[in-house]
Design a protein around this ligand. Structure first.
Ligand code: IPE
Ligand code: IPE
Ligand code: MG
Length: 246
C-alpha cells in the first residue's frame, strides 16, 4: 500500500519548503561529475511538484541555489545556471497543463540576463494558474532577504512614510520576498544534513523540520508522503501547553 492513503487530507500542510540537497554525493557514488547529480535532481523536482499538487498542497518552495552557492567552482555554477534555464523552458508546459503558478524568491537579477528573462517569461505565462504555487528560491539566502527588508523599512522611515512605532512582525513579514505566501508548516531537508543553510530563517519560526538521509536525486513521491505523515503525527504547540492545544 502506498503511504498516500495514510495522509489525512484535512490536516495537510498548506506550504511545504524543501532544501534539495545531496546531488553532488549522489553523483560521486556513481563516479560521475557533480553536474550529473544536478541533472538527475530534475526528475525528483518533477515528482515532488506533481505529488504535492495531486495532494492539494497550496505552496511548494524549493531551495535550488543559495547566495553561498556562487562560491562553488565556476564550472559547476555555469552548468547549474544552464540547467536552470533549460529546465524552466522545458517544464513550463507541464506547469500550464497542471494549473501550477511559478514564482521565485532571491536576488533574481544576479542570475544573468538569460536566466532572469527565462524565469520571468515562465512566471508571467503561469501567473493565472490556481492549483498550486511553486516558488523557486534562486540566489536566495535568508540573511540577504532580511537585510533587504531592513533597508527598505529604513528608507521609508527616513522619508517619513513610516513611523518607527508602526514596525511590527506583520510589517516586517510584508517586506520579505515571501510577503504574499504563508509561512511553511513543514520544512524538509534531504541528504542527512541537519542544518538550515541560510534558508527562510524568519519564516520557519514555528515550522516543523524533517530531515531525511535520502539524497535529492532519489527523492520520490513516497518520500514526500512519508514526510507529511511524520508531520501529521506531531503536536504543534506554538508555545502553549498540550492541554491548551488539544
Ligand atoms: C544540492 O546538492 C544542490 C545545490 C546546492 C545546488 P549539492 O550540490 O549541495 O550536493 P552535495 O551536498 O554536495 O552532495
Ligand atoms: C543548501 O545546500 C542550498 C541548496 C540546497 C540550494 P548546500 O549544499 O549549499 O548547503 P551546505 O553547504 O551543506 O550547508
Ligand atoms: Mg549540499
Amino acid at each position: 500500500m502506498s503511504s498516500k492513503e495514510k495522509i489525512n487530507r484535512e490536516t495537510l500542510p498548506d506550504h511545504i519548503a524543501i532544501i534539495m540537497d545531496g546531488n553532488g554525493r549522489w553523483a560521486k557514488l556513481r563516479g560521475r561529475p557533480r553536474i550529473f547529480g544536478h541533472e538527475n535532481g530534475v526528475q525528483a523536482v518533477r515528482e515532488t511538484v506533481e505529488a504535492a499538487a495531486e495532494l492539494g498542497v497550496k505552496y511548494l518552495t524549493l531551495y535550488a541555489f543559495s547566495t553561498e552557492n556562487w562560491n562553488r567552482p565556476r564550472i559547476e555554477v555555469n552548468a547549474l545556471m544552464k540547467l536552470l534555464v533549460k529546465s524552466i523552458r522545458s517544464e513550463t508546459k507541464t506547469l500550464q497543463k497542471n494549473n501550477i503558478r511559478l514564482q521565485a524568491i532571491g536576488d533574481l537579477h544576479s542570475l544573468g540576463r538569460t536566466g532572469y528573462n527565462e524565469l520571468l517569461t515562465a512566471i508571467n505565462k503561469t501567473a493565472h494558474n490556481t492549483r498550486m504555487t511553486l516558488i523557486l528560491a534562486l540566489s536566495y539566502s535568508a540573511q540577504w532577504e532580511i537585510v533587504q527588508a531592513v533597508k527598505s523599512i529604513a528608507e521609508k522611515v527616513k522619508n517619513n512614510k513610516l513611523a518607527v512605532a508602526e514596525i511590527n512582525k506583520e510589517l516586517f513579514s510584508a517586506h520579505l520576498t515571501t510577503a504574499s505566501f504563508p509561512d511553511p508548516e513543514l520544512l524538509i531537508r534531504t541528504s542527512g544534513e541537519s542544518r538550515i543553510s541560510n534558508f527562510l530563517l524568519w519564516q520557519i519560526a514555528y515550522t516543523e523540520l524533517y530531515f531525511t538521509p535520502r539524497l535529492w536525486p532519489d527523492f520520490r513521491k513516497e518520500d514526500l508522503y512519508e514526510a507529511i505523515i511524520n508531520y501529521q503525527n506531531r503536536e504543534r504547540r506554538f508555545g502553549m501547553t498540550h492541554d491548551k492545544v488539544v
